[in-house]
Design a protein. Structure first.
Length: 150
């Protein structure tokens, strides 16, 4: 690394779904359309036994996209356990795992900038992007954070 240039590592993005079918098309498309290299990205869409046909809907929309894995759980394990289960499906070459809610629309640069923060300071252990309000995009819900370990 030099002068802020980084080699982008492989990243797994986990999207845990539970009864949020209404958001899937718009928001997962925004993740797919990120400018992070597709050969260094995978998206794990994991459904926590949603009511209705969320899994079938996701398969129709995204099943033919090679970077997406669609996984259906047999029951709702909740947020923490559902995400922990999803980790088991990530590619072994992933340097980073990103947890993303299914109702989040991302900017095309979001992942590249998030990984840049991590790569430029090896002491950073966790980072979160800037989060804007869904209805009032000029309102900041979280300015973005990172935590440095010892």
């Amino acid at each position: 690394m030099n002068n802020g240039h980084i080699n982008l590592p492989f990243v797994s993005v986990i999207i845990l779904n539970y009864n949020t079918k209404i958001f899937l098309e718009k928001y997962i498309k925004s993740v797919i359309n990120s400018n992070y290299p597709k050969d260094k990205t995978e998206i794990i869409f994991i459904d926590s036994n949603s009511a209705g046909d969320s899994v079938e809907y996701a398969k129709r929309l995204f099943g033919s996209i090679p970077i997406i894995k669609i996984i259906a759980l047999n029951k709702n394990y909740g947020f923490a356990r559902g995400n922990n289960i999803a980790i088991k499906f990530t590619n072994k070459k992933s340097k980073y795992i990103v947890f993303l809610n299914p109702d989040i629309e991302v900017d095309s640069l979001w992942l590249k900038e998030l990984i840049r923060v991590m790569e430029l300071n090896p002491r950073v252990g966790i980072a979160q992007s800037l989060v804007l309000d869904y209805k009032m995009h000029e309102k900041i819900q979280c300015p973005g954070i990172y935590m440095i370990g010892l």
